[in-house]
Design a protein around this ligand. Structure first.
Ligand SMILES: Cc1cc2nc3c(=O)[nH]c(=O)nc-3n(C[C@H](O)[C@H](O)[C@H](O)COP(=O)(O)OP(=O)(O)OC[C@H]3O[C@@H](n4cnc5c(N)ncnc54)[C@H](O)[C@@H]3O)c2cc1C
Length: 304
């Protein structure tokens, strides 16, 4: 379903992110997670694209499997890295044929294992170029089952993207993605809602009117915290959160409870302040998301 229809049907929206499993055992676990989360009737689920397109086939296969064997509406991520126009065209054709309604268009993380990767060789230098290409693809008559073509999402960074320290320029670049045809924004994880509210206000001041969905990553372990600090480079960890984690010490269950409590408070505050949607980075596990739902009073799909 086109994202405009999805968000018209469920506001605020609740959605989940998965990554493509690399082994059959991991795939089995993921589909257990999916079976546990499906009853919550998420507005959509998104599937990541490995750095440098490394999960190209796996992302496609998971998206098609979700589309054909579950009630979920999958949105594939697609990145600029290591791609030429013809490849992206083919990827879009396959998704259109499978009836996939939306794409999350991203700049993409550089491949870690390709020593001779040169960004200049990519056909699309920034996500805005990819958005424009998807929009042009969609304008070809009959290419997509929905006359509007693909709905398009883009990434937003409430705390700023590390590659663009100039926050005014960064907002211009985000606006360029929306002007190129993006229908919604999903944010990077953040731990201080003030950053999100300020980002949302700055988007408004820049004339960005599309829905902004907040990305939520609950901390469930000390190792997860370190991984997050590494992956979401530049993320701020507020003292209030770190103090609570320090009180939990090295007891894994206490760390988990603190992390989930913090994420629940964040979600409740976002909902109270009319967030357009909450997008949970699930890491292919269901329990954290289910516990947050329960603490928010959202025990059933009807409550959502
Ligand atoms: C919700 C979400 C999902 C993600 N999923 C994935 C995934 O599946 N796979 C993956 O590899 N990565 C993923 N990422 C990471 C993302 O690809 C990287 O953080 C990337 O560095 C930024 O992506 P972007 O789409 O914002 O890129 P862009 O919009 O291209 O921006 C990248 C940088 O370039 C700057 N910039 C933009 N336009 C211009 C311009 N015209 N001139 C100069 N500078 C410019 C921006 O300010 C920014 O600093 C995800 C991030 C988010 C928030």
């Amino acid at each position: 379903m086109h994202i405009a229809d999805i968000l018209a049907a469920q506001r605020p929206s609740f959605s989940f992110e998965f990554f493509p499993p690399k082994t059959s055992e991991a795939a089995g676990k993921l589909f257990e997670t999916i079976a546990q989360l499906e009853p919550y009737n998420p507005a959509f689920v998104s599937v990541t694209y490995g750095a440098g397109g490394s999960t190209r086939e796996m992302t496609h296969d998971l998206v098609v499997r979700l589309k054909t064997t579950t009630s979920l509406d999958p949105i594939p991520h697609l990145t600029c890295v290591c791609h030429q126009e013809a490849e992206v065209h083919e990827i879009l054709e396959r998704y259109a044929r499978a009836g996939v309604g939306n794409i999350l268009a991203l700049g993409g993380d550089p491949p870690r294992d390709l020593q001779n990767y040169r960004k200049a060789d990519d056909a699309f230098q920034h996500a805005a170029d990819l958005v424009r290409f998807i929009r042009q693809f969609s304008e070809q008559r009959g290419v997509h089952p929905d006359a509007r073509g693909f709905g398009i999402g883009v990434a937003g960074f409430p705390e700023g993207h590390p590659a663009t320290p100039n926050r005014l320029k960064e907002m211009d670049f985000l606006k360029a993605k929306v002007d190129a045809g993006a229908d919604y924004i999903v944010t990077q994880l953040f731990f201080d809602n003030h950053d999100f509210f300020d980002f949302r206000d700055r988007c408004g001041l820049s004339g960005i009117k599309v829905p902004i969905i907040a990305g939520i990553m609950p901390i469930t372990s000390s190792a997860g915290l370190s991984r997050m600090a590494d992956l979401a480079a530049g993320s701020r960890f507020p003292a209030r959160l770190l103090k609570a984690l320090a009180r939990a010490g090295s007891d894994p269950e206490s760390v988990r409870r603190v992390g989930l409590h913090y994420a629940t408070e964040q979600c409740a505050d976002l909902l109270d302040h009319e967030v357009d949607g909450l997008h949970f980075y699930t890491l292919n596990q269901s329990s954290a998301t289910r516990e947050i739902y329960a603490s928010l009073g959202l025990r059933t799909a009807e409550a959502v």
